[in-house]
Design a protein around this ligand. Sequence first.
Ligand code: ARG
Length: 406
Amino acid sequence: MAKEKIAVAYSGGLDTSVMVRWLIEHYDADVIAVTGNIGENKELASVKEKALATGAKKAFVIDAQKEFIADYCYPALKANALYENAYPMATALGRPLLAKILVETAIQEGCTAVAHGCTGKGNDQVRFEVVANTLAPQLKVIAPLRDPRWGFKSREEEIAYAQKHGIPVIVTKKSPYSIDANLWGVSIECGALEDPMTPPPSDAYQITGDPQSAPDTPETITIEFDKGAPVAVNGTHLDPVALVAALNTVGGRHGVGRIDLVENRLVGIKSREIYEAPGAMILHFAHRELERLTLDKPTARFKDSVAREYADLVYNGLWFSPLRNAFDAFIDETQKSVSGIVKVQLFKGSIALNGRSSPFSLYNENLATYTTSDTFNHSAAEGFIHIWGLPAKTAWNAQLKANGKK
Ligand code: ARG
């Protein structure tokens, strides 16, 4: 039988390093390490050498930061998609892209299988495998952490295995948390966070400062949107990667974008996780405020219902689905007028609105004003109220009769 050739989603950390070796051993396979860079802020320079030193035949580090923000995060932003009204989905949006990069590289390199390091009770295994099965059904998917032969019960056991096999792992002080980070945000769980009654210890946060020790003066920033996508901060045009990075920095300084959430996982359990997403939360806030100004009422109402569906779909691993494409087409149509600027003020963990304007604003001061420049037709209100309330009045009185009260 021809030797298996496996493309592994490789991060350079202990788990995936051990996994590379483990696959070589248990599958008699050639392993190719694939690292997608979506802004994890990690030392990626050495990842390639590390993978090769661990036993991978080839290693690829693929920069996908721009694609991630422009083609995954911004569509979710335009949709106002926050999972369970709270989580901007940095991890959930990153997975389909990382999985796509992996299967594309696997196909290019003539691999027979792909492998990932997700555990058996999280959402990420689902996202990963649904994407792999969708985009490349011919590839086998291997999940070593779900394999009964995996057997590592602790980090110490993994380190011992690494040392035995000469795997170059840098053993840093073990963080008690499981952290997944990219440019759109950081997801942190485990350790003390497993008790939902315990407030997050300060060392759990990675990119935001404590709001209490944030600067004592508020900072106002102006964000410009073009058709629903952010294009400039404080008048400076920035590409998507630079824009989100800039907002992460300023937001992080003011301690904004911290989220403490008990959420419903797709696999049926509730989990407690904390998130840091200063840039994403500032953008979600500003985008929504601009929509209040520019979307007509029925469109905005309907779009709200799409937001929840969109978030569920992304969270549940169905990024590559016809429904998401159809949602995007609808959302892009609504965003044609979502251009303009929003001023927000950041102060000790809070994001407040300081003004908004748009060339397509539906707000008409002459209609809204209570001054002499009022152009609203007051006398027309009388007939409107009569007709508007007619069905309710009719039905209410009929019900009184039906209930024997009249
Ligand atoms: N609960 C989040 C999600 O399913 C994040 C999962 C990964 N979190 C982590 N700390 N590794 O999207």
